[in-house]
Design a protein. Structure first.
Length: 95
């Protein structure tokens, strides 16, 4: 996931057709940036419930952006940003 952090840090270096995983991570970082209460950098390993004040509207924005629905039982098990991205990519693949 170091590559994801580098791409997010340097958006001009993102290839013309980034993978869905990179696109999802970039969107998550963008959506969650304002919720960063601890002042630490948001990384794929950031624990959502500890470092960020994320609400269900943020998850809904992400679902709308990528045209997916994350089932409640899946959402309840998401701990890190990386797991959130994987859930979005997984749901997108099922379409």
């Amino acid at each position: 996931m170091q590559a994801v952090q580098e791409l997010v840090a340097s958006p001009n270096s993102i290839p013309a057709a980034p993978s869905l995983q990179f696109d999802v991570m970039r969107e998550i970082f963008s959506l969650l940036g304002p919720y960063n209460a601890g002042g630490k950098a948001i990384t794929p390993q950031t624990v959502i419930s500890k470092g960020l004040a994320v609400d269900s509207l943020t998850i809904m924005e992400l679902e709308d952006r990528f045209d997916v629905t994350i089932p409640m039982n899946v959402a309840a098990g998401i701990v890190t940003i990386d797991e959130l991205a994987e859930a979005v990519v997984s749901q997108r693949a099922r379409r």
